[in-house]
Design a protein around this ligand. Structure first.
Ligand code: ADQ
Length: 488
């Protein structure tokens, strides 16, 4: 491993993701990049600035290709660089982006992969736009690529891209990571044959293909076999002139950052404020507005808890935070009003002038408030009906330096495969949710700590930096495997 780490790469690290992780702000005709603090940015950065020696070593900045909301004219002639990154904006015409991003990605692939086939919209123009947009990302790569560059493509918006790169640049190393669930074949086969094949072949242009869980890996391998006839030996697909490795890499969080935040004065203030103003058992949930997150069933589960266990009335507050997302789409607007109505009804039915069972916020939360809520909550209630991984539950566990609190987690989240010490529930079974809340409130502190310790240990061992390192180590090892096969 040490040898791998010390090798100097001939080329640069090129990340391709739908969105650039930078806000571009213009001052005095000069564009400046402001980095988002998102997990992927720090994870990627850790590859070149790892305290134990970089996994990826190059004299150049990390190149990041992604869609920019700025226009070409606004960014013309700007260098778009900061200390660590060089940004390369991709410009997608509005009408194409609508059919590509809103259409193919969010109206078809997202619902299909989250097991909502009835919400999936099939439209030939969506697929055309998807091909055009992937080609625009390729054109940008074509402009900047150098021999030896290692390219890491992210997610379901760019599934055709690895093959496009492979065809013109067969010698560059390419990785692909899929952040949402890869569905079982019965779902995947709902796509028209031509689209299925383009997707499977597109992804298989990569050297290493990563998913969050072993189940998603199995489903993809089956799709590769049934759609394109590629057999596999364990995690390897032999493509006649090269090998593709398909494996699971469960994404994680920056454990130390969340753990250390416990003692941050701003976090401690937020925690104390919440404790004093609520002064009773606290249940917390936070997610983007999305039908995959199971928000309505969660509310019904809480309602069932109040109905079946009246001894808890006036002794519990459920703080539910929902982040606005995709709220220009009608489905999402409808879901928002259903949530508003359900919250209103439960508060009206069970609350009184001294007690409001649900405190509902529709907004984004600053980091210190978020961790303040994580660290004050007796229970984190995380009930997606389907989720690639779910980072909120890992953040909750990592934040609990006090080793207390109970995680209630849906078995449909990728994270459930790793966090078996949580109270695992079926998110559609509202009685299961109600009982889990009761069991969580009654759980002795000793048991809470035992469960927390086990989960914390696992997340600490495989944090977001281990995740990127694992992915890149597999890429390097695959190259050695190629070498071995060439010599046989
Ligand atoms: P998401 O669907 O966005 O990600 P998730 O993994 O839970 O879901 O990440 C959400 C992130 O947003 C967390 O870091 C959380 O702290 C933050 N967040 C949520 N609500 C917030 C609020 N109100 N204010 C501020 N921050 C908030 C997709 C997939 C997931 C997969 C990730 C990563 O759908 O399954 O885990 O990518 O691969």
């Amino acid at each position: 491993m040490e040898n791998l780490k010390q090798q100097k790469n001939a080329g640069r690290l090129v990340i391709v993701a739908y969105r650039l992780p930078f806000k571009i702000v213009r001052e005095n005709d000069q564009a400046q990049l402001f980095q988002n603090s998102g997990g992927l940015v720090s994870a990627v950065l850790s590859l070149v600035k790892n305290k134990n020696g970089p996994v990826f070593s190059s004299d150049d900045k990390i190149q990041w290709i992604g869609f920019s909301e700025n226009t070409r004219e606004e960014l013309e002639g700007q260098s778009l660089t900061n200390e660590d990154f060089q940004a390369h904006p991709v410009f997608i015409p509005e009408d194409v982006n609508e059919k590509y991003y809103e259409g193919f990605c969010n109206n078809l692939i997202w619902p299909l992969c989250h097991y909502f086939p009835s919400l999936a919209r099939f439209d030939d123009e969506y697929f055309e736009a998807y091909q055009i947009a992937n080609r625009l990302f390729f054109d940008k790569i074509d402009e900047i690529i150098q021999p030896g560059d290692v390219i890491w493509v992210q997610d379901y918006q760019l599934m055709l891209l690895p093959e496009m790169i492979r065809q013109k640049y067969p010698d560059n190393k390419i990785g692909f990571f899929f952040h949402i669930p890869f569905p079982s074949f019965e779902l995947f086969r709902l796509l028209p044959v031509k689209w299925r094949k383009a997707i499977v072949d597109g992804i298989l242009g990569a050297d290493v293909v990563g998913f969050h869980t072993n189940d998603y890996v199995e489903y993809f391998l089956k799709a590769a076999r049934l759609v394109s006839g590629y057999g596999n030996k364990l995690h390897y697909i032999n493509m006649s002139n090269r090998i593709v490795k398909v494996d699971s890499f469960p994404i994680s969080v920056d454990f130390d950052k969340f753990n250390d935040a416990y003692d941050d004065p701003m976090v401690a203030d937020a925690r104390n404020d919440a404790r004093h103003s609520l002064n009773q058992k606290i249940i917390f949930s936070v997610d983007r507005l999305d039908y995959s997150k199971g928000i309505i069933h969660r509310l019904r589960g809480f309602q069932r808890f109040l109905e079946r266990y009246p001894e808890w009335h006036e002794k519990v507050s459920f703080v539910m935070v929902v982040v606005p997302s995709r709220d220009t789409i009608e489905q999402y607007q409808q879901m928002k009003s259903e949530i508003d109505q359900t919250v209103g009804r439960i508060n009206a039915d069970y609350g009184n002038i001294y007690w409001q069972p649900i405190i509902y916020q529709y907004r984004s939360m600053p980091y210190h408030e978020l961790v303040g809520m994580y660290t004050v909550s007796d229970v984190a209630l995380i009930t997606p009906v389907r989720d690639g991984m779910n980072l909120v539950c890992k953040e909750y566990v990592a934040s609990r330096k006090d080793r207390k609190g109970v995680l209630i987690l849906s078995e449909m989240a990728g994270a459930a495969a790793e966090l078996g010490e949580a109270l695992i529930i079926n998110p559609l079974d509202i009685q299961d949710i109600a009982d889990a809340i009761k069991n969580a409130f009654e759980m002795p502190e000793e048991e809470q700590t035992k469960r927390m310790d086990a989960m914390r240990e696992r997340i600490k061992d495989y944090d977001v930096f281990a995740w990127t390192e694992d992915f890149f180590t597999q890429m390097t090892m695959l190259e050695q495997e190629h070498e071995r096969l060439r010599q046989v």
